[in-house]
Design a protein around this ligand. Sequence first.
Ligand code: FAD
Length: 308
Amino acid sequence: MACDMEIAVIGAGPAGLAAGLTAARLGRRAALFEHRAIGGQIATAAHIDNYPGFPSGGSGPDLAFAILDQARGHGLEHRGDEVKAVRVEHGHFTLATTGESVRAGAVILAMGSRRRPLGLVRESELSQGRGVSTCATCDAPFHRDRPVTVVGGGDTALDEALCLAQHCSRVTVVHRGDRVRAAHPLRSRAEESERIDFIAHTEIVALLGEETLTGVRLRDQTTGEETDWPTDALFVCIGGIPNSELVRDLVDVNDVGRIVVDPLCLQTRTPGLFAAGGVRVGSTRKVIGCVADGCVTAGEADKFLGQR
Ligand SMILES: Cc1cc2nc3c(=O)[nH]c(=O)nc-3n(C[C@H](O)[C@H](O)[C@H](O)COP(=O)(O)OP(=O)(O)OC[C@H]3O[C@@H](n4cnc5c(N)ncnc54)[C@H](O)[C@@H]3O)c2cc1C
């Protein structure tokens, strides 16, 4: 039976966008499925400063839309549907989506990851616009001239802190190590900011407030001492959970749910099913690495289809 498309790409973060662009440039009938913002995580990244060729950096959304426009120019179809299930049937893949079901000869999984919650009591309740957030770009203006807190010590935490520092009176970054582990340029910019300060070897053990968040309880990991810290909002940036649940019966995953792939061709244990970017084991989880994965997987999917 003929397929609706040759290559289906799930997810329009940097990996999926680059996969869609490469597949379309190779002349394949390709479609990109994304039900949320184009760009995935970079849709909220105010400043990407490690992408080659852009020494002054640039905005995440601008980069994402530039790749999408380029890909569409080569014939990539963008569908605003969520993929709900992937099945292998009679030598092709069937994707059940929130729109119509489609058949594809090869599939590239580029579903990335979602933010990991702290796992504290009332966190999900307070995440409904009541003081706990995972998106500084979206929510910073609601806390103008107010003190806010960021939890986490990686690149994302400092990117969020720098964004918040443009709006909020004080940004406190709470992290567990001696020093934040973010990349040097981000760390320097955050350390130089007059509005950002750091609380080291500390974790957040409770969220305070009734209707909305009014503070967090900090625990010093060295002394065990607990302190209530008033804050207008908490931004949670403690890593991600890979979005691999969709294909758990078709792929192997590691202990944290990242998809296992052949390290050379990025194919999963199911022939014709490839994984790119942050959803796979061994990803750099940097934009440049995800883009490279997109390019590799589309090239391998093209070869796979050519050998059938
Ligand atoms: C605030 C912030 C700043 C950052 N800054 C930098 C930086 O400066 N430099 C850098 O190198 N990295 C940066 N990163 C990290 C970088 O953005 C990620 O590593 C990268 O976006 C991962 O790309 P990805 O394509 O694998 O997945 P993601 O970006 O996570 O995108 C995955 C996409 O798949 C979609 N999806 C998932 N499941 C489905 C489904 N079933 N159907 C349809 N679509 C689906 C999601 O909606 C999402 O849009 C930053 C991240 C954040 C959050």
